[in-house]
Design a protein around this ligand. Structure first.
Ligand code: AP5
Ligand code: MG
Length: 214
C-alpha cells in the first residue's frame, strides 16, 4: 500500500491543490481539517457554531476538538490518507502519532517550502467551489464567469473563504511561523521529512511530489 502522507505548509502553499491531484491520480483519501471544520459551519452543527468565529479570525481551533473530528472521519488501514492541515503544531503531531498512526507505520511528511511574503496574494485571490472543493485563483486560474465551477458544473458555487481576507491572512501566516519549526524538527529527526520547493508552478510541484511519494 502507498504511504499515508502528511502535507505541511503555510496557508496558500498549495496543500489543497496538490492533494486534489493526488486523489485523482492515485486514489488517496483527502482529509483536510480546514474542509471538515468549514463543512461543520455550513451544516450549522454545534461544533460549527463553536468554531466559526475562531476560523473567521484566523486562529487555531483547540487541539482536542480537531483531533476528535479527524478521528471521526478517518479509517486508517483501508486506504492511504493525505493529512492536510493536521498536524498544525508539535502537540498535534504527537497526538496524530499516538492516536492514529501508532499501528500504521507507513507514512511520510512532505513540507511545502516557500517564502511567506509570496502567499498573501495567492490567498486573497483564492476562490473555492462550495460543492466539490475545487480550488481556483482569480488571477492565475479563474473559474468560469468567476463563479461557475468547471469541475462539478456548479452554477454560482465558486466563492471566497471568509478567512481569505488581507487582515486575517497575516494572522494565519504569523501563527504558521510560530508553530512550524518544532514540527519540522520532529519529522526530520524521525527521518520522515521531505522538503519540496512550493514556489514552483502547480505542475512542476506535482512532479516533485510524485517522485517524493513513489
Ligand atoms: P486550512 O483550510 O487548513 O487552511 P490553511 O492551512 O491556512 O491552508 P490553505 O487552505 O489556506 O492553503 P493551501 O495550502 O491548501 O493552498 P491552496 O492549495 O488552496 O485551515 C483553515 C482554518 O481552519 C485555520 O486557520 C484554523 O482556524 C482551522 N484549522 C484547520 N486545521 C486545524 C488544526 N489542525 N488545528 C486547529 N485549527 C485548524 O492554494 C491557495 C491558492 O494558491 C489557490 O488560489 C491556488 O489556485 C493557488 N496555488 C496553489 N498552488 C499554486 C502554485 N504552485 N503556484 C501558484 N499558485 C498556486
Ligand atoms: Mg487548503
Amino acid at each position: 500500500m502507498k504511504n499515508n502522507l502528511i502535507i505541511l505548509g503555510a496557508p496558500g502553499s498549495g496543500k489543497g491543490t496538490q492533494a486534489l491531484k493526488l486523489v485523482k491520480d492515485y486514489g488517496y483519501k483527502h482529509l483536510s481539517t480546514g474542509d471538515l471544520l468549514r463543512s461543520e459551519i455550513a451544516k450549522g452543527s454545534d461544533l460549527g457554531k463553536k468554531v466559526s468565529g475562531i476560523i473567521s479570525a484566523g486562529n487555531l481551533v483547540d487541539d482536542l476538538t480537531v483531533l476528535e473530528l479527524l478521528k471521526a472521519n478517518c479509517n486508517l488501514g483501508q486506504t492511504a490518507y493525505i493529512f492536510d492541515g493536521f498536524p498544525r503544531n508539535y502537540e498535534q503531531a504527537q497526538m496524530l502519532e499516538k492516536s492514529l498512526l501508532s499501528d500504521v507505520k507507513n507514512y511520510k511528511a512532505v513540507y511545502f517550502e516557500i517564502n511567506l511574503d509570496s502567499l498573501v496574494e495567492r490567498v486573497v485571490n483564492r476562490r473555492t467551489c462550495k460543492n466539490c472543493g475545487e480550488i481556483y485563483n482569480t488571477k492565475t486560474k479563474p473559474a468560469k464567469n468567476e463563479v461557475d465551477c468547471q469541475a462539478c458544473g456548479g452554477s454560482g458555487t465558486v466563492v471566497q473563504r471568509k478567512d481569505d481576507t488581507l487582515e486575517v491572512v497575516s494572522n494565519r501566516l504569523n501563527i504558521f511561523k510560530d508553530t512550524i519549526g518544532p514540527m519540522l524538527n520532529y519529522y526530520e529527526s524521525k527521518g520522515l521529512l521531505v522538503k519540496l520547493d512550493a514556489s514552483k508552478d502547480e505542475k512542476a510541484l506535482f512532479e516533485d511530489l510524485k517522485s517524493a511519494i513513489e
